[in-house]
Design a protein around this ligand. Structure first.
Ligand SMILES: Cc1cc2nc3c(=O)[nH]c(=O)nc-3n(C[C@H](O)[C@H](O)[C@H](O)COP(=O)(O)OP(=O)(O)OC[C@H]3O[C@@H](n4cnc5c(N)ncnc54)[C@H](O)[C@@H]3O)c2cc1C
Length: 394
């Protein structure tokens, strides 16, 4: 802990996980100097606790940190295997350890103060923000706070699902995986009664790969359920588990909800990461939005402007996601059918850019036209009625 509290800084990062690590790296990348920074988190993130898969243009400063990247990926359904060429994008895999290391290096260069304690209340008087600990002691006074502590949406969503998954990092003694072939989504897994399931494979080389089982749906599985699902998926892939070792296990739960995440709760507090709405409701993908917002924050600070990024996703995308979630949840449309049509009727680049929230309104219309029209219209009407009911209750 730092000797004299409260520490006076220009910028406090409250929460030092994924979003904050990307902000620190971006501050370094954009050559921000002379900024007094504090990071408040009871945990100093290090090592491997998650793997980020995301797409984007090659050639940024994350490239040297990638464990692997692919210019084509497979999307598999019981009916067909599609090989999607991603050019000019690439699908990349980042293990968390190099990202946390990169953030630590940036922290050192910025001479940031690290406070290994939980933050409690944030008091914003419009000029400065006081970060308190849970017992009410002042830890930091900051010009701006970027808060990425996990939190629930401001009110429960009309549809609240979870993306939940377990992955095994598998090692083999002989060539087993094809490092050129990543599987983005493989829907041949048995489908749950409510929700969608798929497996995927991200090979680092021919003897080391992440094989993961994922569900989008309202309920988590138990431990045995994830293991059984993963064993089933490994069977589908023709992998002989007796000849492989599970080197690491990766578990995760990510919210998929149309509940609103507040990104600016007070004048000088900005929420980032999942807490700030960076998780795409229809897919759980978060990384690209966090990266984009980190860059915007750093560019703004480098130019002496307030570190307030653009919203993670345009409002129309959040509405489309609310409709899609509703259609899936109410069973108006099947999950496999939904994703199958999305990938069959759009160029891959358009789908991926849409999922990242960076498509134009014209491209969005094309994406909407590819979805099953009648059931989606039902979901649109249901969503409108839900909004109206919520407004009348308020
Ligand atoms: C296993 C896993 C795999 C994922 N894979 C992908 C992927 O492939 N692609 C993708 O797009 N997204 C993925 N995600 C989703 C998302 O990208 C990550 O969850 C990401 O880490 C979110 O960043 P964050 O900063 O919002 O939250 P976190 O990284 O969870 O950071 C939150 C931080 O807040 C700290 N904190 C908590 N309470 C306090 C407190 N009181 N005071 C101060 N600090 C506090 C925590 O210690 C933590 O360090 C994955 C998530 C998980 C869990």
């Amino acid at each position: 802990m730092h000797a004299s509290f409260p520490v006076d800084v220009d910028l406090a990062l409250v929460g030092g996980g994924g979003a904050a690590s990307l902000v620190l790296a971006a501050l370094d990348r954009h050559g921000v100097t002379g900024l007094r920074v504090a990071v408040v988190d009871p945990v100093h993130k290090r090592g491997q606790d998650r793997t980020w898969a995301f797409w984007g243009l090659p050639g940024d400063d994350l490239d040297p940190l990638l464990s692997a990247s692919w210019s084509q990926v497979d999307v598999v359904t019981p009916a067909a295997r599609r090989v999607l060429s991603l050019d000019p994008l690439r699908y990349g895999m980042l293990r968390s350890a190099p990202v946390y290391d990169r953030a630590a290096e940036a922290e050192r260069r910025l001479d940031a103060v690290r406070i290994s304690a939980p933050a409690g209340e944030l008091r914003d008087d419009g000029e400065r923000v006081t970060v308190r600990d849970p017992d009410g002691r002042d830890l930091v006074r900051a010009g701006w706070v970027l808060d990425s502590r996990p939190r629930r949406p401001r009110r429960p969503g009309r549809t609240s699902w979870l993306q939940h998954f377990r992955g095994w990092w598998l090692t083999a003694d002989r060539p087993t995986f094809d490092p050129q072939r990543a599987v983005l989504m493989d829907f041949r897994t048995p489908q749950p009664q409510r929700g969608v399931s798929f497996g995927y494979v991200l090979p680092v080389d021919d003897r080391f790969a992440l094989v993961e089982y994922t569900e989008f749906g309202p309920e988590l599985l138990d431990d045995a359920g994830y293991d059984a699902a993963l064993r089933g998926y490994a069977d589908l892939l023709g992998l002989d588990l007796t000849a492989l070792r599970v080197r690491e296990v990766e578990n995760g739960v990510i919210p998929m909800t149309d509940g609103p995440f507040e990104s600016r709760p007070s004048p000088r507090v900005v929420r980032l990461g999942t807490a700030g709405g960076a998780t795409r409701p229809s897919t759980g993908f978060t990384f690209s939005a966090m990266l984009r917002q980190a860059d915007q924050v750093a560019l703004a600070l480098a130019a002496g402007r307030p570190p307030v990024p653009a919203p993670a996703y345009p409002g129309r995308h959040l509405w489309m996601d609310a409709v899609a979630l509703r259609a899936l949840d109410r069973g108006h449309v099947g999950g496999v059918e939904f994703f199958e049509r999305l990938f069959d009727r759009n160029p891959p680049e358009r789908v991926l850019r849409f999922l990242d929230g960076v498509t134009s309104p014209a491209e969005d219309l094309a994406v909407m036209r590819s979805s099953p029209l009648l059931p989606m219209t039902g979901a649109v009407l249901g969503d409108a009625a839900g909004r109206l009911r919520a407004r009348l209750r308020r």
